[in-house]
Design a protein around this ligand. Structure first.
Ligand code: 5GP
Length: 207
């Protein structure tokens, strides 16, 4: 059934490092061909195997600052390592206009900025089944030092407190379950009354 608001859903997915946001979002995009995963811009140099325009849009610091100045970013953050990360607004807006839904996998601070600029953004926070499970996953990645792991666990506790600002909490018990839930959220958001008002009005007038 066609409603008049054919725009896609803009969704922010946040959650503590190691919770598996990336894998879940990849699975959602695989299940839903009309879902586009936003590619962030960053001023950090590419790691081995990373491709410009696929993993990130790699920019110099001055190029990134130019993007900020020109208002090209939906949100951005500069982390302690001095590197900028941000979401280019134009590709997101274009996809939404064309009816595709867009997922931004970003931190809580970035999510807050997006919600301010685009108030209809759907906010999803991914949590592990237990805190112990998060620690087990972080250790299992074998990519972080002990100091890194402890600092990420500390940050996760702080972020958990901010989860109450989000619209939905999705528990990552299995990737399939979590991805199914996000798919259901996107579909439910498209059925929101606010998006269907024109359709309802036309229906009433037809009778
Ligand atoms: P990495 O350098 O390991 O790829 O990413 C470092 C951090 O940057 C991660 O915590 C990631 O969530 C964050 N990040 C990646 N893209 C964006 C973005 O577009 N905006 C914001 N605010 N953070 C991002």
């Amino acid at each position: 059934m066609r409603t008049t608001d054919s725009r896609g859903v803009l969704m922010v997915v946040s959650g503590p490092a190691g919770v598996g946001k990336g894998t879940i979002c990849d699975e959602v995009a695989r299940m839903m061909p009309d879902v586009f995963l936003s590619v962030s811009a960053t001023s950090r140099p590419p790691r081995k195997g990373e491709i410009d325009g696929v993993h990130y849009f790699f920019k110099t610091t001055s190029e990134f600052e130019e993007m900020i100045k020109n208002g090209e970013l939906l949100e951005y953050n500069r982390y302690v390592n001095g590197n900028y990360y941000g979401t280019p607004a134009a590709p997101c807006d274009e996809h939404i206009k064309n009816g595709d839904s867009v997922i931004l996998e970003i931190d809580v601070e970035g999510g807050r900025q997006v919600k301010q600029k685009r108030p209809r953004t759907v906010m999803v926070f991914v949590v592990p089944p237990t805190f112990c499970e998060l620690e087990r996953r972080l250790r299992g990645r074998k990519t972080e030092t002990e100091e890194d792991i402890l600092s990420r666990l500390e940050r996760a506790k702080v972020e958990f407190n901010l989860a109450s600002d989000y619209d939905y909490i999705v528990v990552n018990d299995t990737v399939e379950n979590a991805a199914e839930k996000i798919k259901a959220i996107i579909e439910a958001e498209k059925c929101k009354t606010l998006r269907c008002l024109d359709f309802i009005c036309r229906h009433i007038t037809d009778e």
